[in-house]
Design a protein around this ligand. Structure first.
Ligand code: FE
Ligand code: CA
Length: 567
């Protein structure tokens, strides 16, 4: 991210800063070279598989057992003076999914998950350096990895310099992890001129390869934003590329296994190791279409909340999230606001944990449905909420206080109305999306208008397709003013409906400028003062680990002029 000249306040803070910045620039260059070399090697063959879990012992005599850094390392939630570092010790995961589905599918029985080979408590050392060679260490410490937390660790590093890249690594049991790279962010009022984000969602590992992350790494964003369906709890879809042959996850051990399998993917590991991430979940981190304590397959809430607690626990154990987000039983607060200098604020919403049950479900079931709006009275019940009353109030306060130039709202799905015409009979809406919570959506849009939120842009996932849309002040009144731009990213891998669905959606929804489910990929955003550029990055073939990528379409949202325009 680039800061304007007028924001060199922190540059003046230290003498010798110029030298420091030159060193940082050199080190960044070196990191890029290394990454390119790794990418080139990976593109050439099986080298990509070596990236996962191949860390040499510090000294053979000191190494105890197998390398514990099989799930990679990660960072997240950058602040002006720090970030969260993550790893999980899992020497047993050498057996899990080392780039090929064969090892997993060979035995359908669960693998050992809290490894018998690790002591209950293992001290883990961490180091943060100003250079890729880890010569100028600026912070270090030790943290205990415990069996109760699956030997996952979350280190909140503070006291670092604002708005620069750092390098980090862990060591434990005589092994050293690879070196990762992450960054601090500018202070809230520091002037920032440019920011690059990568937005991901829906990565069903069985549906293909995570080649999208390989290309995301080459883009070198400042931050990766994941909007949900990071894992899938069960199997669905056709012509599976990497079948797991596992039953649906129900227990803590099951969810830990799922997360460990996903974290073994070399492309995902690379994207975690080289950039800070922030993330919010959707339904499949727990169970399809759940809403608060109500699952799709009807179950007493107390039983479902036990499952939700297990899923949230495993999620936290595997993500670079700050300790303040650690679950308390079945509750885990992940909605948050992330300031990125004066250029942008990223408001991250959770529209699963607190939502009202879906309106007008199919008989004998919970979860989503496709309904004719006039035939579903629950849609007009103002007490129903997609976010829960408390999160709605929190967001309204955040919008009231927001001072940044752009306001990005990261949430799970399409916020714009989407009418789905039927081949015969009246059009329907999906009750699992915002169309199932129209009054809750209207309250959010009213809050944007009331607080004159500057340059709002809504970001979503969930639909396994790219969407670009105008958001109107009155969501269902196309004559009302356009107040925000919306971009939905396609899935990293997850399968989409057929093309005729999108053709019908485009025909019936003029405010939806683009709806395209043909390709898997990610959304690349470049923000400056004047404009936000959205590149819809589409893989050639998700079934190939080294698939190429192209730009399916590009839009811009101009500051002061809501609504995506073709670039
Ligand atoms: Fe999904
Ligand atoms: Ca769903």
């Amino acid at each position: 991210m680039e800061q304007n000249a007028r924001s060199s306040e922190n540059g003046k803070a230290k003498s010798g800063d110029r030298q420091q910045r030159e060193d940082a620039a050199t080190a960044e260059g070196a990191a890029t070279t290394t990454r390119r070399a790794l990418l080139a090697a990976a593109a050439g063959g099986a080298a990509g598989l070596l990236l996962a879990g191949c860390t040499p012992p510090i000294g053979r005599s000191r190494a105890q057992g197998l390398d514990p850094f099989t799930l990679g390392i990660a960072s997240g939630y950058p602040t002006p003076e720090g970030f969260v570092l993550w790893t999980r010790l899992a020497p047993e995961a050498h057996e899990l999914f080392a780039g090929s589905a064969k090892r997993v599918s060979a035995g359908a029985a669960p693998h050992p998950l809290v490894p018998a080979t690790l002591p209950v408590t293992v001290p883990v050392q961490w180091e943060v350096a100003e250079d890729e060679g880890m010569r100028r260490i600026v912070r270090k410490g030790s943290v205990d990895a415990t069996a109760a937390a699956a030997h996952g660790v979350h280190v909140e590093v503070a006291g670092l310099a604002t708005n620069r890249w750092y390098w980090y690594r862990f060591s434990a049991l005589g092994y050293r992890s690879r070196v990762g790279r992450t960054r601090t962010f500018p202070r809230e009022r520091d002037a920032v001129s440019r920011l690059r984000l990568a937005v991901a969602s829906c990565q069903n590992i069985e549906h293909g390869y995570f080649a999208a992350y390989r290309h995301m790494v080459a883009d070198d964003p400042d931050l990766v934003v994941h909007l949900g369906d990071y894992i899938y709890e069960g199997t669905w879809g056709q012509n599976l590329v990497r079948p797991l042959r596992l039953g649906e996850a129900q227990t803590l051990a099951d969810y830990r296994q799922r997360h460990a399998i996903y974290k073994r993917d070399p492309d995902l590991q690379e994207a975690h190791a080289l950039f800070p991430w922030v993330m919010v979940w959707d339904d499949h981190e727990v169970a399809n279409d759940y809403a608060d304590a109500s699952p799709e397959r009807i179950l007493p809430p107390a039983l479902f909340l036990e499952r939700r607690a297990a899923a949230y626990q495993a999620y936290y154990e595997h993500m670079p999230m700050p300790p303040r987000m650690a679950p308390q039983g079945a509750a885990m607060r992940i909605h948050t606001s992330l300031p990125i200098g004066d250029l942008a604020t990223l408001h991250l919403l959770d529209n699963r944990q607190y939502r009202s049950p879906q309106a007008c479900p199919m008989p004998g079931r919970g979860g989503g449905n496709a309904v004719v709006p006039s035939a579903c009275d629950a849609l007009r019940d103002p007490a129903r909420s997609a976010l829960g009353a408390e999160q709605e109030r929190w967001l309204d306060r955040r919008f009231a206080a927001a001072d940044s130039h752009w306001n990005l709202v990261g949430q799970q799905t399409l916020m714009a109305p989407m009418l789905m015409p039927a081949r015969s009979g009246p059009a329907r809406v999906r009750t699992d999306g915002w169309d199932g919570y129209p009054l809750s959506r209207q309250r959010l849009l009213d809050s944007i208008v009331q607080h004159r939120l500057r340059n709002p842009v809504v970001l979503g996932g969930d639909l396994h397709a790219f969407y670009a849309a105008d958001l109107h002040a009155k969501a269902d009144d196309p004559a009302s003013a356009v107040i925000a731009s919306e971009f939905v990213t396609t899935s990293i891998t997850s399968q989409a409906p057929g093309e005729d669905h999108f053709a019908r959606v485009r025909a019936a929804n003029p405010h939806i400028r683009l709806a395209d489910g043909r390709r898997r990929g990610y959304l690349r955003l470049t923000l400056s003062r004047d404009r936000l550029e959205a590149d819809l990055m589409a893989l050639e073939d998700v079934r190939r680990p080294h698939s190429g990528i192209g730009r399916l379409a590009a839009f811009v949202a101009e500051a002061g002029r809501p609504g995506p325009q073709p670039a």
